[in-house]
Design a protein around this ligand. Structure first.
Ligand SMILES: Cc1cc2nc3c(=O)[nH]c(=O)nc-3n(C[C@H](O)[C@H](O)[C@H](O)COP(=O)(O)O)c2cc1C
Length: 213
């Protein structure tokens, strides 16, 4: 098996990326690449990896869905009792990684994280399908659960309690990540990939550097 793994490799030749191709604003650049990922039929292009870290610097990672970009902040939603939310409370720094392997690209966004306002969390919660809204009530995310059956029972209890109109649980809502750096990576042949990193210098200004692959 390890032999098979060692022989697995792709040549990255789909595209190239020069300094002159870049938008001065990384959020605009992100939006262009998100459109490309969408047009290329990447499965769930808004799915990304969120990395957090505890106060003692133990990292943890999981997939989440990016649900919007507002005023330069990346928005996602989760349970406030979850491991990620607990870690963000004690150490409000995060990394989002968008793995668009199918178009030989990745984007990495690092920044500080705070809570989204309650009104926006309410609005998004009520836009979700009923099952997802009930599921949010039924799940004590990241805690040990006795069995699949107990989870399904909790769901049925919530369905009986709230019917068609569950309110937003007080333990569920949005976070927003404000980017400090954003890196755009395009795979190239011979592992000489194109990497450009935007670093925030002031609120609306960014320095752009090419990084060695
Ligand atoms: C594609 C995909 C998207 C996901 N999106 C979310 C999300 O937006 N919010 C969320 O809380 N969990 C989401 N999950 C589940 C998380 O990956 C994770 O299992 C859960 O949030 C618990 O993580 P934690 O224990 O590290 O806090 C998603 C999983 C996958 C595979």
């Amino acid at each position: 098996m390890s032999d098979d793994l060692s022989q697995m490799r792709e040549d990255y030749s789909l595209g190239s990326f020069r300094r002159t191709d870049l938008d001065e604003c990384p959020l605009e650049q992100f939006s262009k690449w998100m459109n490309d990922a969408n047009s290329a039929k990447i499965i769930e292009p808004n799915a990304c990896t969120l990395v957090t870290s505890s106060i003692s610097a133990t990292p943890s990672t999981r997939s989440i869905l990016l649900k919007g970009i507002e005023n330069g902040h990346f928005l996602f939603f989760t349970n406030f009792g979850s491991r990620k939310a607990r870690e963000l409370k004690e150490n409000p720094q995060g990394v989002l990684h968008f793995p668009w392997w199918g178009i030989q690209r990745q984007v990495t966004v690092e920044g500080s994280v705070d809570l989204l306002d309650e009104e926006s969390s309410e609005e998004y919660f009520h836009s979700r399908p009923l099952e997802s809204r009930l599921g949010a009530w039924a799940s004590r995310q990241s805690e040990v659960v006795e069995s699949r059956e107990s989870l399904e029972n909790a769901f049925e209890e919530m369905a009986a309690r709230f019917g068609e109109n569950p309110p937003k649980p007080p333990f569920w809502g949005g976070f927003r990540l404000q980017p400090m750096t954003m890196e755009f990576w395009q795979g190239r042949t011979g592992r000489l990939h194109d990497r450009f990193r935007y670093s925030r210098t002031t609120e609306n200004e960014w320095k752009i550097d090419r990084l060695s692959p």
